[in-house]
Design a protein around this ligand. Sequence first.
Ligand code: ADP
Ligand code: TRP
Length: 330
Amino acid sequence: MKRVLSGLQPSGQLHLGNYAGAIKQFIAMQDDHEMFVFVASYHALTSARDADELRANIRQVVVDYLAFGLDPKKTNIYLQQDVPQVTELAWLLSCVCPKHMMDKATSFKDKTAKGLAASIGLYTYPILQAADILSVDPDLVPVGEDQRQHIEITRDLAQKFNHHFASEEDPVFKIPDAMIRTDSGAVVPGIDGQKMSKSYNNGIDPFMDEKPLRKRIMKIVSDSTPVDQPKDPDCDTTYQIFTALVGKDDERAAVLRDKYVNPPADGFGYGHAKQALFELILDEFGEARKRRIDLMNDAGYVEEVLKDGAAAASERVAAVTARARAAAGL
Ligand code: ADP
Ligand code: TRP
């Protein structure tokens, strides 16, 4: 069985982009893969400055993982800080990481351009991500398109470490592959048409109460084509979000597409498309929304899940760390 690792930062409420780009894949894989899904809490410290808020966000990501449908019987769910050896691995990897590799990383440039403090933690963030990944010897890392470069850096660092400290026949680190959606869900746009992101305040949170959720969806950008005129679905943000959730080939997407292209006699406007998206979200996430309310009232269960997840991850991480230390001469 192939092993999978991935994680999300607890830097704010999750949104449909996180779901379509990452979590949906985790759920689809958990029946026939050995799964490690964690909460990247150390990574969130590159931006978080309010301890109470971070504490709450960390728990919320776990609750949301479970609500969306990650099953702790099939997926080891854990917090990064419960497996602190990853920071030791990050150090070992940083010692074989040429500085220019970090200089070339685009996320540091993007995030500082957006106003995030240019800390050393933010600068070396991809090395910690490489440690997270390599620490459990995964075969596959399912992530959104924006994480492609980080997986390439991970592979490079693993190869460099193996080159310096191990033989080809007996490597320290396994070289994992990225698994990235290339279909309509690859990059989900936010309500402003830019990439949906926690930090752009353009997200749609599928767990919002119905009224504010509908209001939020009605705010999605659209052009001013009148209701009786045909519209190009491929240029419309609402349609892109819709297909990111169900896939382009889904019957519901085909029905919606047809209404854009051949509006019925009484017209079809963007408001109708947004209403269809609103109804789809209530339909797709109905169960998840109910589960989430129960989970929010069962902190004991959430802690138990995390304890089991940390135990399983720690066992793997300890073995990999011991291997890396010994190979390096420690
Ligand atoms: P954010 O940009 O909201 O802070 P993260 O960087 O924490 O999101 O991303 C968590 C996971 O969700 C990553 O695998 C990322 O690629 C994926 N993801 C985030 N935003 C989107 C999006 N708009 N479309 C597709 N996938 C996304
Ligand atoms: N950098 C990822 C993001 O912003 C989060 C992350 C940290 C991650 N460590 C990881 C994702 C390891 C996959 C594997 O979304």
